[in-house]
Design a protein around this ligand. Structure first.
Ligand code: HEM
Length: 128
């Protein structure tokens, strides 16, 4: 299917939901990420489901509730180092593995996340 969105290609709402649950389960245990995330990740996961839905070409759920994502600005309160970006991406790869997301749609999706994660970096590692 050439004309569908990445959102449709990966399986829509159900896949996004399973992915985000599997992802934050890992974030909550990752030593590099624990210090900057809240203890209760329920609301974080809810927003991430909304965001990834629109990021992948699904309905604009995040913007409907929260306005323009301004992702880099929203991450500025947190020290996002290259080490933390790699930790975030490693949790995402493991979550994709866990839910069985594979093939070209996974590769495209992951590549976009890699670029976005690199763009979120706002602090060098050596200042830690
Ligand atoms: C929020 C860390 C990359 C999307 C957050 C929060 C932290 C964080 C600490 C705040 C959580 C909260 O208070 O609820 C990181 C780190 C990253 C990263 C360490 C590594 C590069 C990304 C990427 C995306 C993303 C690549 C999107 C593809 C979001 C969204 C929120 C968020 C949508 C919620 C914003 C809101 O409050 O409305 N992130 N993030 N993050 N992050 Fe990231």
């Amino acid at each position: 299917e050439q004309w569908q969105t990445l959102y449709e290609a990966i399986g829509g709402e159900e896949t996004v939901s399973r992915l985000v649950e599997a992802f934050y389960k890992r974030v909550a245990k990752h030593p590099d990420l624990i210090p900057i995330f809240p203890d209760d990740l329920t609301e974080t996961a809810r927003k991430q489901k909304q965001f990834l839905t629109q990021y992948l070409g699904g309905p604009p759920l995040y913007t409907q509730e929260h306005g323009h994502p301004m992702l880099r600005a929203r991450h500025m309160p947190f020290e996002i180092t290259p080490t933390r970006a790699e930790a975030w991406l490693s949790c995402m790869r493991a979550a994709m593995d866990e839910i069985g997301l594979s093939g070209p749609a996974r590769e495209q999706f992951y590549h976009r996340l890699l670029l976005t994660a690199q763009h979120m970096v706002n602090t060098p590692d050596n200042l830690e």
